[in-house]
Design a protein around this ligand. Structure first.
Ligand code: DC
Length: 223
């Protein structure tokens, strides 16, 4: 019997574009698997930091990426849980320091190469929703549907600010906008797999849209 070919839907875009939430919603709606590729880069950064490795040491960070011991699972309420070497790091990988570290090490070609097969292994039947920056361009160039979500830096900073406030953390919005622009610049100008829409990607700008509006636009694109 022929093995069924899993459907792959790629969702790329900058951080704060709503990708994470929308990818989860879509995977649940379709009953597909979910790949949060950003989490892998975050895990490499966190693992290296924990091992006291200098993040500018590309070779050492690549070795961390190659040997990454990570487990993705779902808890009783179907929320994602991430274990690094057996230790829960679901929240720890979201820290601002890890975000910055992830952006730094994601620019290393050898680190990206080390994570390639690990990401492709997520494409199993019935299908996969792959969330990242280069899902449609590099990791799954054959994907059936490619989406690219974006929003202005201001709108993304505002969303992040609200998320942080909900956790009781107050932040300077101007600082956030500056950080977001800095990260965008680094992610979209790096030599390997820069952040950019695939040629056939459907671009959705969510600046003035609600999550529900974006979700129905995505469903329309898939259908
Ligand atoms: O989506 P995120 O914020 O969790 O991603 C963390 C970092 O990893 C971000 O700086 C971009 C980088 N990244 C990447 O280079 N390629 C991906 N496919 C996913 C994330």
């Amino acid at each position: 019997m022929k093995k069924p070919v899993p459907v792959v839907i790629t969702i790329d875009g900058p951080s704060g574009s709503g990708k994470g939430t929308l990818s989860q919603m879509l995977a649940r709606h379709l009953g597909y698997h979910l790949l949060d590729s950003g989490a892998l880069y975050r895990l490499v950064a966190l693992a290296a930091i924990k091992k006291n490795i200098d993040l500018s040491n590309e070779l050492a960070v690549t070795q961390v990426a190659m040997g990454l011991d990570v487990k993705f699972s779902l808890d009783e309420s179907e929320s994602a849980r991430i274990l690094l070497e057996g230790v829960e790091v679901t929240d720890a990988i979201r820290a601002e320091s890890v975000s910055m570290g992830a952006s730094q090490i994601a620019a290393y070609p050898e680190v990206r190469a080390a994570l390639l097969e690990r990401q492709r292994a997520f494409a199993i039947a019935p299908g996969l929703v792959a969330d990242g920056r280069d899902m449609g361009t590099t990791v799954f160039p054959e994907a059936q549907t490619k989406l690219f979500l974006t929003a202005s830096a201001e709108a993304r900073a505002e969303r992040r600010c609200k998320q942080l406030l909900a956790k009781g953390i107050s932040v300077d919005i101007a600082e956030l906008i500056k950080d977001i622009r800095e990260r965008d610049q680094r992610d979209s100008t790096r030599v390997v797999s820069p952040l950019k829409p695939a040629d056939s990607a459907i671009i959705i700008d969510s600046t003035t849209m609600s999550i529900e509006e974006v979700f129905s636009r995505m469903l329309a694109a898939i259908n």
